[in-house]
Design a protein around this ligand. Structure first.
Ligand code: ADP
Ligand code: MG
Length: 677
């Protein structure tokens, strides 16, 4: 029986070569072809010639005034001329070049719609297409390429629709279709390709988007549920011991931190797999929450790891955690690419036999040679800095540890639903008490001198300052040169009264760490740095930050950088130095000065620069959709998500009558299942 999963090769006129060419357009079966939608339409509706502008592509409706005349010139060239009598009695000469076969369709007295380019001076038309009412008045335009042309796609789609029309069934369950006033699938597919008018095309597109998002969300929900049940391990932690640790902290947890700790502990104890995303703005105190979770795993007799994106950050975490756990039975070890072979040789067996129960490090933690005794919880700090594969590798260590992924880049809802839809989300939505808001100002580079006076006044009051140097391109060598030039200028300006340090990505780790330690100990008052200080660095006495060429950074990144100040009791200032050249960059600067709300900023970033930049270039994880745009169509996306949840939440959902077609569809298209970590 004919089925939409039939290969496109089963259509007539599609041989192996064309199968391959279609495959390049991701069209393998009939369903792929039928959902290969036009990206726009030419409006072929007949127009009034009085309104026409010269060279406009238009459709004119009229009657053929006299038999057409075909003139051949040269071997292959020819011209077909006839006169079209419009309803208002004007006569328009029409010429079709090299389409001799059209002569059979044109006869005197016949009513026609001709689509073509209108010449206003001559009041004539160069014909492009002949339309009959069957074509509809909207010309579909498909993405095509050299191998497969527009006309071919159109022909194949028409052919496929005619042959398979009768087996197109609704995938969206009837109740949902009715609730959201969606079209039947057959109608939707018809109207996407052959709409009668713009309104029909629009309605079809709305349903097409919904269907696409709905199917995507269904797959996601199914994966999420399987993930929960299939890979779980229960970690029966020692609650009394955990309370003792929390009581030992030098501060009271914020209400938001407590809530998140409870969510994590609840997940750890259940025999289900945890896959949780912890969002919290810079400085909201995610690390201590992770520490509590890791200690819980340790009291349950397992190990914990914390993976950070940079060596500086990993080392800082290792130091902080060693201090926090000084009086507790926790053996903290640091494992990074910089760990010396001799130390590594000692460390690996200790990790393998469980002697070390808390391992902090970089992606060195996921190398194949690193074996864990019993990994209970894996924490990923600044997780958006890692590629999907690295996150996946960490998950596959040992017996599928529970995962806590932390991010300071607030994730706009679009991305929370798509890129992270399979994760549970916890949010720390308040900062520890007593934090001062960061004042942000934007100046032009010609105001630098007065800025430096302000900096000196701050330093005189005992504060420290970061100076972030321009990010010209993604090249460490160029960044370093800039950093060195600014470093020398600042030395000339500030030394010997204040000491100036330099930090850049090309330095050896020992050097970097020495500089960071010295800055922390206030041996330097000014630290000139590239974006290596972007994440995690914590020096509460630093209350001033200057960012050169700030317009070269994205909002999320500026927000991260700015988060290095405002970490102590003193009020902090962030100065953006930028001479933006275009409107978008100006908008970014004014947005930075007007809000410190990370959510507002990342939503703005998403709108201005797209998801890749918000989540980091490595791998945005945002799937590609054919018709839906997860940013622009957020409303449809979230409604479709709700609908998908409501389906999967039903008992034995895949065997309910209303869901049978979609369940079958998901099974036959299992190869498309979005693999995400
Ligand atoms: P982030 O969420 O940016 O990773 P951190 O975990 O680095 O934040 O915490 C920022 C600073 O706030 C650290 O110095 C930490 O010790 C401190 N901190 C965390 N929680 C609290 C709290 N509840 N009260 C006061 N200070 C806190
Ligand atoms: Mg952090």
């Amino acid at each position: 029986m004919a089925s939409l999963s039939d290969s496109v090769g089963s259509l007539s006129g599609v041989g192996p070569k064309r199968v391959q060419a279609l495959k390049d357009l991701a069209i393998e079966n009939v369903n792929d072809l039928l959902t290969y939608f036009p990206f726009r339409y030419e409006d072929l509706q007949a127009k009034d010639p009085a309104e026409l502008t010269d060279q406009a592509k238009v459709a004119l409706k009229g009657t053929v005034a006299a038999e057409p005349v075909l003139t051949r010139f040269g071997r292959k060239k020819n011209r077909l001329n006839f006169r079209l009598l419009l309803d208002d009695h004007t006569i328009i000469p029409v010429t079709f070049f090299n389409q001799p076969w059209l002569r059979d369709q044109i006869e005197a007295g016949k009513s026609l719609v001709v689509y073509g380019r209108f010449d206003a001076k001559r009041q004539s038309m160069a014909g492009m297409k002949l339309l009959t009412s069957a074509n509809g008045a909207m010309g579909s335009i498909y993405p095509a390429n050299k191998e497969i042309r527009q006309a071919t796609i159109k022909k194949l789609v028409t052919q496929a629709y005619e042959a398979y029309e009768s087996v197109i069934v609704d995938l969206i369950p009837e109740a949902i279709r009715a609730q959201y006033r969606l079209l039947h699938r057959k109608q939707m597919i018809h109207d996407m390709h052959f709409p009668a008018d713009a309104t029909a095309a629009q309605a079809a597109r709305r349903t097409a988007k919904f269907e696409e998002f709905f199917l995507f969300e269904l797959r996601l929900q199914i994966v999420k549920r399987q993930d929960h049940t299939l890979r779980g391990q229960a970690l029966p932690y020692d609650l009394a011991e955990l309370k003792r640790f929390i009581a030992s902290l030098p501060y009271e947890l914020t209400a938001a931190q407590k809530k998140v700790v409870n969510e994590i502990c609840y997940d750890l104890k259940r025999p289900l797999h945890m896959n949780r995303l912890l969002q919290g703005d810079v400085g909201s105190g995610k690390t201590v929450v992770a520490a509590i979770g890791m200690y819980a795993a340790i009291t349950a007799g397992t190990q914990a790891v914390l993976m950070a994106p940079t060596e500086i950050l990993a080392e800082q975490h290792a130091n902080n955690l060693a201090k926090l756990f000084a009086d507790f039975p926790v053996n903290v070890a640091l494992l990074t690419g910089a760990t010396k072979p001799a130390a590594r040789k000692v460390l690996l067996p200790q990790i393998a036999n469980g002697e070390v129960n808390l391992v902090v490090g970089t992606h060195a933690l996921i190398q194949p040679e690193v074996h864990y005794h019993h990994l209970g919880l894996a924490v990923i700090d600044e997780q958006h800095r890692f590629g999907v594969n690295q996150r996946q590798a960490l998950r596959q260590k040992g017996a599928q540890p529970d995962i806590l992924a932390m991010t300071a880049t607030p994730i706009p809802r679009t991305l929370a639903i798509t890129a992270y839809g399979e994760m549970d989300v916890s949010v720390i939505n308040e900062l520890p008490a007593g934090r001062q808001p960061i004042r942000t100002v934007w100046i032009r580079s010609n105001q630098e001198a007065s800025m430096l006076r302000e900096v000196k006044a701050e330093l005189a009051a005992g504060s420290q300052a970061y100076v972030v140097t321009p990010l010209i391109e993604e090249s460490e060598a160029v960044d370093m040169k800039n950093a060195e030039a600014i470093y020398q200028r600042f030395q000339a300006q500030f030394e010997p009264q204040y000491r100036v340090g330099l930090l850049h990505g090309r330095m050896k780790n020992d050097e970097k760490n020495a500089i960071m330690d010295a800055f922390k100990a206030n041996e330097f008052q000014v630290l000139v740095a590239t974006t290596v200080i972007e994440v995690g660095v914590d020096v509460p006495n630093a209350t001033l930050m200057m960012i050169y060429d700030a317009d070269h950074f994205g909002l999320a990144q500026l927000h991260q950088l700015r988060g290095r100040v405002g970490r102590g009791k003193k009020a902090s200032t962030c100065i953006l130095i930028a001479d933006p050249k275009n409107q978008l960059a100006i908008e970014r600067m004014t947005t930075m000065t007007s809000t410190t709300d990370g959510f507002v900023l990342s939503q703005k970033d998403l709108e201005l620069r797209g998801p890749g930049d918000v989540l980091g270039r490595k791998q945005s994880g945002v799937p590609e959709f054919k018709v839906g745009d997860p940013v622009a169509d957020l409303n449809i996306l979230s409604v479709a998500q709700q609908a998908a949840k409501s389906v999967v939440d039903q008992d034995d959902w895949a065997n309910q009558d209303a869901n049978l077609p979609v369940a079958a569809y998901l099974t036959t298209t299992a190869h498309q299942t979005t693999t995400m970590d």
